[in-house]
Each structure stands twice: as structure tokens, then as C-alpha cells.
Design a protein around this ligand. Structure first.
Ligand SMILES: NC(=O)c1ccc[n+]([C@@H]2O[C@H](COP(=O)([O-])OP(=O)(O)OC[C@H]3O[C@@H](n4cnc5c(N)ncnc54)[C@H](O)[C@@H]3O)[C@@H](O)[C@H]2O)c1
Length: 483
């Protein structure tokens, strides 16, 4: 098997698993070939992960921040040095084209480790003067944090959670998605190589039941989930039992609004990036493309013409820009959403087919004539399906863009400076773009409003979500009492 790790879990600095547990097959989505066999964690392995994490965390939190930061920055350097091999592994696990994984996955994880390795030295409290007396605050770690990942950006998600968690002095137990178990193990190896104490970052494998067992453990101080809204509801409820801290990075149905004065080619590029990158398996995708009526024909023609040039194929070929879906299950869900869209009366202008080739491919689909109540405009599809809706007025499009339970992201294309800021300020979304789409640098907070989530990843904001404030009142005089 091409990508078999030494064992399924990485706990207390070493690989291990219980041979008596039946494995599942980890499959390369482009061929259906089994590339590794992975075993779910047992209760004893989950216990070992908490024991190791707790033991490592106290000493780690006591280090001067600059020393913690140095370890994270070294890990960033190792990730970058191994980018080619990590990218190939990520492509095998997810089916994403190598031209994407080389630039967007381990590379973005390295950015997170470098960024949080730098700013953890600034995680300070404040002093509040109260006459003679004063209060100072300390930003303290939470303890052992649990990270649970989705399958679309496995190593990026692991790094986006581990980097701020460790920077703030916590330990982490990370459970990757069962579809993509491999690269988080590499991150665990690399952190140890960079100088992190054994047990600081552990990886345990499994499905939802293992995730649930991690959250239920009384030693879990926080859970950060990247996943769908239905899973988010379960994880949030489980976390509530133990009053754990939470970060929820959930799904979306985001609007991309193209006004009549937009640069049409740039807007088309953004629509392509915001719908078909990673074969459409991106939470923040702008799947509802609202186009001003006056430019609808020009925009649609250009979009379809360019979408037809997409190159499906072997994800390891550098020329391929559309890989397969992550699993056959996901492909079937997307094909069903496409069929429903046609039944509801939307017009399929191109794509939306499962080509006759090995692997779980779907050609990128563009629908026109989509209206607000169609399932295409309401449900998160999580595949290469773009819907065009037309609009006439600014107020109208803002109201329609906000008419969704999700609120992850939104984009606006216009050359009118004041309109751009005015519209963005009224959109109910946590991550927004003006004249671009889906750029997520580590320096910018990322996360959702409404059902799309709670808390933020990246930027300084993430450190707040991995630390808690202690206030210390300092009395400089005598203590008065009534008797
Ligand atoms: N907002 C973001 O940052 C972001 C990023 C990527 C993906 N997503 C979302 O993720 C979804 C696709 O990923 P997916 O199909 O892997 O999501 P999913 O919700 O099916 O699974 C996510 C993770 O949760 C685990 N899980 C499932 N049930 C659980 C339970 N009861 N307790 C604990 N853990 C449990 C799974 O094993 C997996 O590791 C989409 O909805 C997408 O929008 C969000």
C-alpha cells in the first residue's frame, strides 16, 4: 500500500495501534485503490492520548513564549522543506490536483505555524489602575484541546487548529476525518522533530464515535470542529454537557455578488475559484452567484466558455485542475443535488456529469435561471456546482444574499468604492471579499456567522479562542470589614 503509515495513531511521541481492531481502507479517490489501512482508536488509546497530552501541557505552558514560538517556527520550516512529499500524500488522500496541494495545503499550514510561532510572544494581559490598588490580567491556556477535522483540507485544518492552540500553551489531541487520516500524522512527527515534547500533539483516528468520546472525556477543555452543520450541532451539544470551550467552523451557502460595473473577467475568475477549486469541496465557496441583469448574458457566456476548458484527470499530473470527489458517497450526493436542480427547473448550461473513467469525477456544473427557493440556492452541496441568479437592485440583492441560515462568507465585485464597502457592511457573513474570492491568509480572521459557526480561526483572534483570562486584584492597603 502506497501510503501506509507505521501505525494508525501518534500518541506520546510514537506510532501505535491495537492490532485486534479491524481497520478500514483509506482509498485514493482517483483510482479506487487502497493506499492505507487505518484502525479506529480504542478507549485505552484515547485514555493514553489524554494522559500524554496532560503530562506534556504543564511543562509546555511554563516555557517562555519565545521558546514555544521557536518550536512552531522550526516545524513551519520542516513542513516547507517537505512540501513536495506532503503535497503528494495529500493528493493521494483527498484526490485534489497536485497543482493545488503544492501551493495551498502544507504551505498554508506552515504559514499558520510561522504566524502563531511569532505572535505567541505578544499574548499578554493588561493592567488596570484603581487608585492605589490595581488589577492585572493573565491570558492562560485552556489545557488539553480536541481538534476534529473535515476531509477537504486535512493538513491545513490540523495546522490551523494546532498552531494557535500550542502557541497559547495548550496541548492538542487531533482526530482527522476518517476519509483523510494521513497527513495529520506527518504533522505530529514534524512537531516532535521540531522540539515539541512528546504528547503535546497527538493524533487519534476514528469516525464520529471516537470524536464524541474525545469530547466526553472530562480532561477535554475545548473542542474545535471543522465540519458540517449537523455534526456541529451534535458536537456543540456534547461540549455543552461539560461546559467546554468551542470553535465551530461549519458549512456555508455563500453569495458572490457581481454588479454591472464589475470587471467581468475578474468576476468570472473569482466565480471559478470560488466554485471549482478543490472540485468544489470548500466551505466558503460562493455557490450563489448573483449577477446584475444587464451583464448576465456576457458574464454567463464567458463563464461557460472558460468552465468548458477545465482539465479533469490524474491528480498527480501537474496539468490537471479538476480532480475527483473525495468519495463515491460524496459524488452520489452531488449528482443527486444536480438531478434535483434540473427537476426544479434550473437550466444546466454545462457539466454535472460523471464521466466514464476510473475515480469519482464530476464535470464542473453551471446552472442558470436559479431562483431563491430552489434547493440549488438553499442547500450546501459541497461539490462543483455553481448557480447563477440574476438581480436588479442593490437592496434587493443584499436581502436575497442574506436570506439563508448560513453566514460563512460573501464576495462583492464592483468598481464603485463606496458601494463595495456599503454592501459588505450589510452582508451577514464572517469572511468577506471585495473584488476577489476565497483568499484566506493566516493574517485575516476566518469563520462564520449564523449557522456557519462560532469563534474564529487564524489571526490574533484565534489566540483568544485558545486562552482564558484570569484577573488578579492587587490590594495595596488595609482590608476593611464591617465587624
Ligand atoms: N468553516 C470551515 O472552516 C470549514 C472548512 C472545511 C469544511 N467545512 C465543512 O465540513 C463539511 C464537509 O466535511 P465532512 O463531510 O468531513 O464533515 P462532517 O461533519 O461529516 O465530519 C467532520 C468531522 O466530524 C467528525 N464527527 C462526525 N460526527 C461526530 C460526532 N458526533 N462527534 C464528534 N465528531 C464527529 C467526523 O468524523 C469528521 O472528522 C461541509 O459542511 C463543509 O462546509 C467547514
Amino acid at each position: 500500500m502506497r501510503a501506509q503509515p507505521e501505525a494508525s495513531h501518534f500518541i506520546a511521541g510514537t506510532y501505535r495501534h491495537d492490532d485486534s481492531v479491524a481497520p478500514w481502507a483509506d482509498i485514493y479517490p482517483a483510482t479506487g485503490e487502497t493506499i492505507a489501512e487505518i484502525r479506529p482508536a480504542t478507549a485505552a488509546e484515547i485514555d493514553a492520548a489524554f494522559t500524554a497530552a496532560l503530562a506534556a501541557q504543564a511543562g509546555w505552558a511554563a516555557l517562555p513564549p519565545v521558546e514555544r514560538g521557536r518550536v512552531l517556527r522550526r516545524a513551519a520550516d520542516i513542513l516547507r522543506a517537505r512540501n513536495a512529499e506532503l503535497s503528494e500524500l495529500e493528493t493521494l488522500d483527498t484526490g485534489k490536483p497536485i497543482q493545488e496541494t503544492l501551493v495551498a495545503d502544507a504551505a498554508s499550514g506552515a504559514d499558520a505555524l510561522e504566524f502563531f510561532g511569532g505572535i505567541c510572544t505578544t499574548l499578554n494581559g493588561e493592567t488596570v489602575q484603581l487608585g492605589e490598588d490595581w488589577v492585572y490580567t493573565r491570558r492562560e491556556p485552556l489545557g488539553v484541546c480536541v481538534g476534529i477535522g473535515a476531509w477537504n483540507y486535512p493538513i491545513q485544518i490540523a495546522c490551523w487548529k494546532a498552531a494557535p492552540a500550542l502557541a497559547a500553551g495548550n496541548a492538542m489531541i487531533f482526530k482527522p476525518s476518517e476519509e483523510t487520516p494521513l497527513t495529520a500524522l506527518k504533522l505530529a512527527e514534524i512537531l516532535v522533530e521540531a522540539g515539541a515534547p512528546a504528547g503535546l500533539f497527538n493524533v487519534v483516528q476514528g469516525r464520529g464515535d471516537v470524536g464524541a468520546a474525545l469530547i466526553a472525556d472530562p480532561r477535554c477543555a475545548k473542542v474545535s470542529l471543522t465540519g458540517s452543520v449537523p455534526t456541529g450541532r451534535k458536537v456543540y451539544a456534547a461540549a455543552a454537557e461539560g461546559i467546554r470551550h468551542v470553535t465551530m467552523e461549519l458549512g456555508g451557502k455563500s453569495p458572490l455578488i457581481v454588479f454591472e460595473d464589475a470587471d467581468i473577467d475578474n468576476a468570472v475568475s473569482a466565480a471559478i475559484n470560488g466554485n471549482f477549486y478543490s472540485t468544489g469541496q470548500i466551505c466558503s465557496n460562493g455557490t450563489r452567484v448573483f449577477v446584475a441583469k444587464s451583464i448576465l448574458p456576457a458574464f454567463t457566456e464567458r463563464l461557460v466558455e472558460r468552465t468548458r476548458t477545465a482539465r479533469l484527470g490524474d491528480p498527480l499530473d501537474p496539468e490537471t485542475n479538476i480532480g475527483p470527489m473525495v468519495s463515491d458517497t460524496q459524488r452520489q450526493k452531488v449528482l443527486a443535488a444536480i438531478a434535483r436542480g434540473r427537476d426544479e427547473g434550473a437550466e444546466l448550461l454545462c457539466g454535472g456529469e460523471a464521466p466514464e473513467m476510473a475515480g469519482w469525477y464530476i464535470t464542473p456544473a453551471v446552472f442558470a435561471g436559479v431562483t431563491d427557493n430552489m434547493s440549488l440556492a438553499r442547500d450546501e452541496i459541497f461539490g462543483p456546482v455553481l448557480s447563477i441568479l440574476s438581480f436588479e437592485e442593490e437592496d434587493e440583492v443584499i436581502a436575497r444574499a442574506n436570506d439563508t441560515d448560513f453566514g460563512l462568507a460573501a464576495g462583492v465585485f464592483t468598481r464603485d468604492l463606496t458601494r463595495a464597502h456599503r454592501v459588505v457592511s450589510r452582508l451577514q457573513a464572517g469572511t468577506t471579499w471585495i473584488n476577489t474570492y476565497n483568499l484566506t491568509p493566516v493574517e485575516a480572521p476566518f469563520g462564520g456567522m449564523k449557522l456557519s459557526g462560532v469563534g474564529r480561526e487564524n489571526a490574533r483572534a484565534a489566540l483568544d479562542h485558545y486562552s482564558q483570562i484570569k484577573s488578579v486584584y492587587v490590594c495595596m492597603g488595609d482590608v476593611e470589614a464591617p465587624f
